[in-house]
Design a protein around this ligand. Structure first.
Ligand SMILES: CC(C)(COP(=O)(O)OP(=O)(O)OC[C@H]1O[C@@H](n2cnc3c(N)ncnc32)[C@H](O)[C@@H]1OP(=O)(O)O)[C@@H](O)C(=O)NCCC(=O)NCCS
Length: 234
C-alpha cells in the first residue's frame, strides 16, 4: 500500500474527509469530540445529519480563514482518504485581541453555554503560552484501518517542514492517543489541561452535556522551530 499527502480540494473533499475524521475519533471513542462535532439524537439518520453539519462547518471555517491549511492522505490504490490534518499558520499573534467562540452547532441554552465554557478552557493554556506568531495543529487523524503505517508521521512531517522553514514554533493540544506521535517528534509538554466547565445554575441541557462529555484532558505541547533542520524521524 502506498499513501500520498495532498492539499485537499475544498470543493470536493469535505464529505469524505469528515467521515474519515468521525470514524477516526470513534475508534477508540473520545467523549470530548461531542463538544466540537455533536450528534444530536440517536440512530443512523442523526449520525448522517451530524456528518453533513460538520462537513459544511469545516468547509466554511476553512474557506473563511486565511490561516487554514488542510492536508489529506490518500491510499493510492483505492483513492480512499486514510487520514488528514488541519493546521493554522498564524503569521501574527492570534491572541492579540480576545476572540470569543461563536458556537453555532448547539441550540441556545445550557448545552451551548457548556460548550462555550469548554472552548474557553480548552484554549486558555495556549492563549498564555503562544502570544506570538506560531503554527497550530488543530486536527490530526488516521482512520483505524490504516494506523501505524506512518500516516500520522507524514502529516506531522508537513508541519515540521513548514515550522523549520518559517521559524514558527508548533503548538498543539494532545489527546492521549496523539501523545506518542508527538513525543517521538520532539514535542515538549507545556501544560496539562483538565477541562471541567463550571456554572452556578446548571439547567437540564447543561447537566446532560456534563454527563455525556465529562471532564476531559488535553496536554498543550510545543515544538520549537529548528531553522534549516529536517525532521529527526526522517
Ligand atoms: C494519533 C494518530 C493520528 C496516529 O496516527 P498513525 O498514522 O497511526 O501514526 P504513525 O503510524 O504515523 O506513527 C508514527 C510514530 O508515532 C508513534 N506512535 C503512533 N501511534 C502510537 C501508539 N498507538 N502507540 C505507541 N506509539 C505510537 C510511534 O513511534 C510511531 O512509529 P512506529 O509505528 O514506527 O513505532 C492516530 O492514532 C489517531 O488518529 N488517533 C485518534 C485521533 C486522535 O486522537 N488524534 C490526535 C489528536 S491530538
Amino acid at each position: 500500500m502506498t499513501f500520498k499527502i495532498q492539499d485537499i480540494d475544498p470543493e470536493v473533499d469535505f464529505p469524505a474527509l469528515t467521515r474519515c475524521f468521525f470514524e477516526s475519533y470513534e475508534d477508540p471513542p473520545q467523549k470530548f469530540f461531542h463538544v466540537f462535532f455533536p450528534t444530536h439524537g440517536t440512530g443512523i439518520e442523526a449520525r448522517e445529519e451530524a456528518l453533513i453539519e460538520a462537513s459544511e462547518r469545516l468547509k466554511l471555517w476553512h474557506t473563511h480563514d486565511p490561516t487554514s491549511r488542510w492536508q489529506k492522505i490518500v491510499d493510492t490504490e483505492t483513492g480512499r482518504i486514510a487520514g488528514g490534518a488541519l493546521w493554522h499558520i498564524h503569521e501574527e499573534n492570534p491572541f492579540a485581541s480576545p476572540q470569543p467562540a461563536t458556537v453555532t452547532w448547539f441550540p441556545a441554552g445550557g448545552s451551548r453555554t457548556f460548550v462555550e465554557k469548554a472552548l474557553e478552557n480548552h484554549v486558555r493554556p495556549r492563549s498564555k503560552a503562544a502570544q506570538q506568531p506560531h503554527i497550530y495543529l488543530f486536527i490530526i487523524f488516521t482512520h483505524p484501518d490504516y494506523r501505524r503505517r506512518s500516516i500520522g508521521q507524514q502529516l506531522i512531517d508537513w508541519g515540521i517542514k513548514k515550522s523549520n522553514k518559517t521559524g514558527l514554533d508548533i503548538f498543539l493540544d494532545a489527546t492521549p492517543y496523539g501523545r506518542p506521535l508527538y513525543e517521538v517528534n520532539g514535542f515538549e509538554y507545556v501544560e496539562e489541561n483538565v477541562n471541567v466547565p463550571l456554572t452556578e445554575n446548571p439547567d437540564d441541557a447543561w447537566k446532560e452535556m456534563e454527563e455525556k462529555v465529562g471532564p476531559f484532558t488535553f496536554w498543550l505541547m510545543r515544538r520549537p522551530a529548528r531553522r534549516g533542520e529536517s525532521n529527526p524521524k526522517t
